[in-house]
Write a protein that binds this ligand. Structure first.
Ligand code: SAM
Length: 222
């Protein structure tokens, strides 16, 4: 998108919260690939989607420094003690999975600073092994980890998504590389392209490839 239009859009978007701005800044100072962080506008989009759904159970695959987990957590159903009909609904929880153990203490520190340590359950390890071990039904899933496994994550989570529930998948345009000839695809581009095709042909869902930032696939289970 035209740089000036992006700046204009940012100018007419609510500002980043203090904690998210801190995570954003520190991630850029300390991490080798800070561009993996969702960032302000996408974070706000994730938060608003979560606030529209009001999920009880969210699964995030790929925590990094916790930025998007915090955004998604802000839409969770509040704890039962604050609801008028106690016991009818559970308080919301987000499970988030990160394979890099070196990120654990940073993520936990940020979750505490955001007062979300009770709402966010952090799993450190390989998502392919961890997902089947979590006994939950998902209202919302955010796929944002290694691209060659997108299809595997989708197949693992879809049976556990409730009817009418949503899956979001980030980076589905992969900087435009999905338009390259298949001969030129690297593993990541192949992973993303095959994922997009799988979803498009899947009659269990309806889907929208939103050309926002690096592409966000929004999938709703019938
Ligand atoms: C794009 S970043 C996630 C960004 C984060 N969702 C955000 O918006 O702030 C992808 C993360 O997935 C993690 N990851 C890669 N492969 C994984 C796997 N097999 N299981 C769990 N996490 C994985 C990486 O270590 C990295 O931190």
């Amino acid at each position: 998108m035209d740089k000036n239009l992006v700046e204009y859009a940012q100018q007419f978007t609510s500002p980043e919260s203090q904690i998210l701005s801190k995570i954003n800044r520190e991630t850029h100072l300390t991490q080798t690939y800070p561009q993996m962080l969702a960032g302000h506008m996408q974070g706000l989009l994730l938060r608003m989607i979560s606030q529209m759904i009001r999920p009880e159970r969210i699964l995030e695959i790929g925590t990094f420094t916790g930025y998007s987990a915090i955004c998604l957590a802000e839409g969770l159903t509040p704890p039962p003690s604050t609801l008028p009909f106690k016991g009818r609904r559970r308080g919301g929880v987000i499970h988030t999975i990160e394979s890099n153990p070196e990120l654990e203490s940073t993520i936990r520190t940020y979750l505490e600073e955001a007062s979300l340590e009770d709402s966010v359950i952090l799993h450190i390890g390989d998502a392919i092994e961890i997902i089947p071990a979590i006994d939950e039904t998902w209202d919302l899933v955010f796929i944002d980890a290694d691209k060659p496994n997108y299809r595997n994550y989708y197949e693992l989570v879809l049976p556990r998504v409730r009817k009418g529930g949503f899956i979001l998948a980030d980076n589905v345009l992969w900087s435009g590389k999905v338009l390259d000839l298949p001969l030129k695809w690297d593993r990541d581009t192949r992973g993303i392209s095959e994922f997009n095709e799988l979803v498009q042909l899947d009659e269990r869902v309806e889907n929208l490839l939103l050309p926002f930032r690096d592409g966000l696939m929004i999938i709703r289970k019938h």
